[in-house]
Design a protein. Structure first.
Length: 364
């Protein structure tokens, strides 16, 4: 039932993948309404019914949840979320390349065959969205640092940016962008949204900028940050408790936001502490994996698709196929990294210069 509420941009994307001719939006909406009617007649639960069932799962907090849903805060939040979603979907971010005036046809030039694109919602970067976000965050950081430097302010010496202080304000303000997560999807989901367009969704760029700023705070703190994550088993335990809490409250954006941001931060602290405990000494293997990870991230999608198409007819369990795809992709990309990337200009761009040892270069 929820799939019949998919947004128009996603519907057009699926249709283009399936090579379906140009869609008529009115006919699609009429067809969806007929499908919804047939599903209801067959006894399928509506989105409201499924949300009600999820709310019934919460035992101890049933009364609090219902009270929160009926409160003015929830109504205000719903209005903000719907208004924000409408603003993101608006035509103000739509690019137009064609002359829409049929009475005055004219030469469209080289852009005549380009389809209109939405700067926020149209898929452009796919799995490379992470790099695109860095292309926004790094210049913003450089501009802010230059501004502070021009004003004679040393950022690393300011109290709000010191590690012990930054934790106390960066963690709570993560709640604000988290409250806007899921506004562009038919139903709430776990974790942050994904923005694949040319313009990042504002709440997402703010969300990741907070974690980026925390990383900057760790870097400038230097040795003062060594105690971070020393209680990493407790952090993982807290994250394990927050995870199911966030899942059972996902029907309520206001209620699920707190356990979701706590899960994200506690997991970060736990991983920092775990790696400092287990991988604090120099390791060639870990260094090699770290160097190659960028190459694997950039190039894994085509190989995953190719291997999935290759083994789709094999009579094997799904889990075995998944392992074949994961390990096969990793193995092939590690070989290509060693032969064509690590000691070439590509490796220089990805992780800096790496020199061959005498054994690797073939010299005695």
């Amino acid at each position: 039932m929820d799939s019949t509420n998919a947004d128009w941009e996603m519907t057009q994307g699926i249709a283009s993948w399936l090579r379906v001719p140009e869609l008529d939006k009115k006919r699609v909406e009429l067809g969806r309404e007929r499908v919804r009617k047939l599903l209801r007649e067959a006894g399928a639960p509506s989105h409201q019914d499924s949300s009600a069932q999820k709310e019934n799962i919460v035992d101890a907090g049933k009364k609090d949840t219902r009270t929160l849903q009926q409160s003015q805060f929830k109504k205000t939040l719903e209005n903000i979320r719907s208004g924000y979603a409408g603003w993101l979907k608006s035509d103000r971010f739509q690019t137009t390349f064609r002359n829409t005036d049929k009475k005055e046809p004219r030469d469209q030039g080289i852009f005549g065959n380009l389809k209109p694109r939405h700067l926020i919602l149209s898929r452009v970067f796919d799995h490379l969205w992470f790099l695109w976000f860095l292309c926004w965050l790094i210049p913003l950081f450089v501009c802010a640092e230059s501004l502070f430097h021009g004003l004679g302010i040393s950022v690393e010496k300011q109290w709000p940016f010191q590690l012990n202080a930054s934790i106390w304000w960066m963690v709570p303000i993560t709640l604000f962008p988290q409250l806007l997560m899921g506004t562009m999807t038919p139903r709430m989901h776990f974790g942050p949204d994904t923005s694949l367009g040319i313009l990042p969704q504002p709440h997402l760029i703010v969300y990741y900028a907070i974690f980026f700023g925390f990383g900057m705070s760790m870097f400038v703190s230097g040795k003062n940050a060594t105690n971070l994550g020393q209680w990493w088993p407790c952090h993982f335990l807290g994250a394990a408790l927050c995870f199911p809490t966030a899942l059972v409250t996902m029907g309520n954006p206001a209620l699920t936001a707190i356990p979701q941001i706590l899960f994200a931060w506690l997991t970060c602290f736990g991983l920092i502490g775990a790696f400092r405990s287990w991988c604090s000494t120099e390791s060639r293997a870990i260094r090699y994996i770290s160097d190659s990870s960028y190459w694997l991230y950039l190039m894994h999608i085509p190989l995953v698709i190719a291997l999935a198409c290759l083994i789709q007819t094999w009579r094997l369990p799904v889990f075995v196929k998944l392992c074949v795809i994961c390990f096969g992709t990793t193995f092939i990309l590690l070989i290509t990294y060693q032969l064509f990337v690590r000691y070439t200009w590509i490796g220089l761009m990805l992780h800096g210069s790496r020199k061959k040892t005498p054994l690797q270069s073939g010299t005695p």
